[in-house]
Design a protein around this ligand. Structure first.
Ligand code: C2E
Ligand code: CA
Ligand code: CA
Length: 432
């Protein structure tokens, strides 16, 4: 028998099962009732330290010890493999999360005891587990172990975070794939600005728009922000998108000015991460200067939830932005719970009323909306009703002092060329 064939059957280092043998038996066991098994991957955090401090021989001895200790506690229908280096795979005939954690905890303790006995750098050498709970579907057995392995990388300890099922693992993998392509997206200019018109109820004309980002993904097509904003925030890249949208809007405004189009305000979303970047204000101002755009032609939206997170800081930021000349808006107003105190303290130009305000109908809802809109009018704050979808909501809004409507009832977000045609060439009156 060839050396590599032997290794496929037996792992020469531990004397345990080799890769092929393990997967052959795992497939046989998982053939009938997948839902009574748990698939586990684990490794030793910073195992290279053992090799470094004590040499490879001691490292190998340590891996053999782990193998032996675990093998002793397995039942007949359970399997163990040292897949490679310090990565181990386990197939447990167990589904109860508490029971599984108990067994994995026991393995951890055994390894710890050995480390303490050897006076090894114990605190660094934790085991990291990932557990995949198979479902009775067509997922390949090899993939189940890979899923457990992915989960291992993101688990935070022996708790809920080491478990995953098919849905959760594919989400993690998908997020990783998307994150990798996000880096290229900026380089390749894959983001595009869409504009959603804001219509005045007075004359049915489009008088403004909100700039909303879209991602032209090379494989997945046009993606809405829900599919990438969260990732950009997680990896602290959202400011890149905000600045990219801001600059595109400056460019647009410059073009519109040159063509002598009628005035049309455009708003840009700024996330909390963006507005707290040092030097951001002068950067925004510089971009305006570069494109010969007056800051008062651009509206900046900050969400109510971001405002609430640090009220004092937001107040200061809004003052600075308004000082430069930008129009400032509080977005998703009414979504949080501190809306009224927010009004008392802050000076803003525009409030974007969250659709919550007009989704509930009835006398009370009407009273609240009426009181809010008349208060904002008295405070000289402009309003935009967002997410208006039905004729009933529109009828409801007509009774108030809110004039601007942004919602599917009139228009969805659209490519810039379409917006320009509608607004400046056709100058449609949308009202019946
Ligand atoms: P948002 O700022 O509240 O933007 C309004 C969202 O409501 C848009 O979703 C718009 O398409 C949607 N919408 C408008 N009218 C209606 C309606 O009548 N019915 C319904 N169901 N939805 C309506 P979109 O474009 O998917 O954007 C989602 C969110 O992503 C935005 O919410 C904003 O928070 C964020 N976002 C988009 N572009 C950017 C950006 O450039 N920077 C940052 N920081 N966030 C952005
Ligand atoms: Ca917005
Ligand atoms: Ca909004």
């Amino acid at each position: 028998m060839e050396q590599s064939d032997k290794q496929a059957l037996i792992d020469p280092m531990t004397g345990g099962m080799g890769h092929c043998q393990f997967f052959k038996r795992a497939k046989a066991l998982l053939k009938s009732d997948r839902e009574s098994f748990a698939v586990v991957a684990f490794d030793i955090r910073e195992f290279s330290l053992v090799n470094l401090y004590f040499g490879r021989t001691e490292g190998n001895r340590f891996l053999k010890f782990i193998h032996r200790s675990i093998e002793e506690m397995l039942s007949e229908e359970e399997l163990l493999l040292r897949e490679s280096g310090d990565l181990f795979y386990l197939l447990l005939k167990n589904r109860d999360r508490g029971e599984i954690l108990k067994r994995l905890g026991y393995i951890s303790k055994k390894v710890d005891a050995r480390l303490i006995k050897n006076k090894t750098v114990a605190p660094h050498l934790m085991l990291r587990f990932g557990v995949y709970l198979p479902e009775n579907d067509s997922t390949k057995v090899e993939h189940m172990f890979e899923y457990a392995n992915v989960t291992r990388k993101y688990s935070t300890g022996l708790n809920d975070s080491c478990f995953s099922d098919h849905r959760r693992t594919t989400k993690v993998i998908d997020d990783r794939v998307m994150t990798a392509s996000l880096m290229d997206a900026f380089k390749n200019n894959e983001f595009e600005v869409f504009l959603q018109p804001q219509v005045s109820l007075k004359n049915g004309q489009i008088v403004g728009a909100e700039a909303l980002a879209r991602w032209n993904h090379p494989e997945r097509g046009l993606l809405a922000p829900g599919q990438f904003i969260g990732l950009l925030e997680k990896y602290h890249l959202i400011h890149q998108l905000d600045l990219c949208v801001f600059e595109s809007v400056c460019q647009l405004k410059q073009k519109w000015n040159h063509k002598h189009y009628r005035p049309c305000s455009v708003s840009v979303n700024l996330s909390r991460q963006t507005i707290t970047i040092p030097g951001i204000f002068s950067h925004l101002k510089d971009l305006c200067d570069q494109y010969e755009v007056s800051p008062c032609d651009i509206e900046l939206e900050i969400t109510e939830t971001d405002v609430i997170k640090d009220f004092k800081l937001t107040k200061c930021i809004l003052e600075k932005l308004r000082g430069i000349g930008f129009k400032c808006a509080v977005d998703d107003f009414g979504d949080g719970y501190s809306s009224l105190s927010c009004l008392k303290e802050l000076t803003v130009d525009v409030i974007k009323l969250d659709r919550n305000f007009f989704t509930g109908t009835g006398e009370k809802a009407e009273l609240v909306l009426e009181a809010m809109t008349s208060l904002l009018t008295k405070m000289n704050v402009q309003m935009v009703a967002e997410g208006v979808e039905t004729a009933e909501q529109l009828k409801f809004l007509r009774k108030t002092t809110c004039d601007l409507i942004q919602g599917y009832i009139f228009y969805k977000p659209m490519p810039v060329s379409e917006f320009e045609q509608l607004t400046f060439v056709e100058a449609v009156d949308i009202l019946p």
